[in-house]
Design a protein around this ligand. Structure first.
Ligand code: UDP
Ligand code: MG
Length: 335
């Protein structure tokens, strides 16, 4: 059971983690003093996204000495955005911040975000990267292209260079929770909500330990989800490709007729073959695009949860310092 929002916890910090055992000690060493320094009552919601390394054991050990640390375990690896969803749905604070586990985003900035949100009565505070010099050239270029495209598709509200380091008010979190979306892409959904927002800039550091958990395949998945969640433009591209190829074929038909009338009908194998390949290629692309959207409709109709919580330390009966063995997990379905 997910606890209901309480009005005593001021701040929840959601951290999705996938195989982060190497980064965890450094994270705690910086996050804890930063949060203690805010002077507000807080909880840290560590969402273990089906890690296969020692993340789970380490979290449970850390929880013994840090009572504000709450451990939410997903049954299997569900992906960064699904883990974020699990965290947002579980968080009880009046403000909810999200941050990566690898210390690329500075935890000290959370206090600044909270202060700004309270002072200016903002519902959203984005963490915006002032530079990405520590990211690889490939990551920088693909990220640049991604944000350029998203600002065109979703609108100028999407701050460029704002990932998933941000602070949300309870109202914004509740608005997100009410959305029926399946494959949420928060960096686009949040600006789309239209709440009052502000931003703090920060320098993006290098990952403190371990390796990126975003291989190219996951990056492509995020990009495809981002585009198809917010735009039917690719389907329109398919239509325009069809229109363009129709006119090209029309021109070619006239040319073919002219050649026929002139009596030179034997040569022409090359143009025929190229034309065939061209049309075949366009058709396959269009069918693929249609498939991508139909797949999405199918997923929406199935309306399966994007994650399953296997264990939540907030459900522990007693707040003992030593972690008790987890109960037989009950199937908690949250959308
Ligand atoms: N992550 C996750 N599930 C995944 C992949 C990543 O929870 O399937 C978490 C990861 O542990 C980290 C955050 O998402 O806290 C961002 O991942 P990472 O830092 O590897 O991405 P990058 O910064 O390289 O884009
Ligand atoms: Mg990272």
């Amino acid at each position: 059971m997910t606890p209901a929002p309480d009005n005593r916890t001021e701040l929840s910090v959601v951290i999705p983690m996938y195989n982060e055992q190497e980064a965890l000690p450094a994270l705690v060493a910086r996050l804890r003093p930063a949060l203690d320094g805010t002077g507000v009552r807080y909880e840290v919601v560590a969402v273990n996204d089906g890690s296969t390394d020692g993340t789970s054991a380490l979290l449970r050990e850390l929880r013994g000495e840090w009572s504000e640390l709450r451990v939410v375990e997903l049954r299997r690896n569900s992906g960064h955005q699904a883990a974020l969803t699990a965290g947002l749905h579980s968080a009880v604070g009046a403000y909810v911040a999200s941050i990566d586990a690898d210390l690329q985003d500075p935890p000290e900035k959370i206090a600044e975000m909270l202060e700004l949100a309270r002072r200016d009565d903002l519902d959203i505070v984005y963490g915006v990267r002032s530079d990405r010099s520590t990211d690889s050239g490939f990551k920088r270029r693909t990220a640049g292209l991604y944000y350029w495209l998203m600002r065109r598709l979703v609108g100028k509200r999407v701050p460029s260079q704002a990932g998933d380091f941000r602070l949300l008010s309870r109202e914004a979190v509740d608005a997100l929770k009410a959305l029926p979306d399946q494959q949420q892409v928060y960096r686009l959904l949040v600006p789309w909500l239209g709440f009052r927002s502000g931003q703090v800039t920060y320098h993006r550091d290098e990952r403190v330990a371990g390796e990126t958990k975003y291989p190219l395949s996951k990056m492509i998945r995020l990009a495809v989800d981002s585009i198809t969640n917010f735009s039917a433009a690719p389907l329109r591209i398919a239509t325009w490709l069809g229109v363009a190829s129709f006119f090209a074929c029309f021109g070619m038909s006239i040319a073919t007729l002219a050649v026929h009338l002139a009596g030179h009908t034997v040569p022409g194998w090359t143009s025929l073959f190229v034309g065939m390949l061209f049309i075949g290629g366009i058709q396959l692309i269009c069918v693929g695009l249609l498939g991508e959207y139909i797949g999405r409709i199918y997923t929406a109709v199935q309306s399966r949860p994007t994650y399953f919580i296997g264990y939540d330390s907030a459900d522990d009966g007693q707040e003992s310092a030593n972690f008790a063995a987890p109960r037989e997990p009950e199937l908690t379905e949250v959308r």
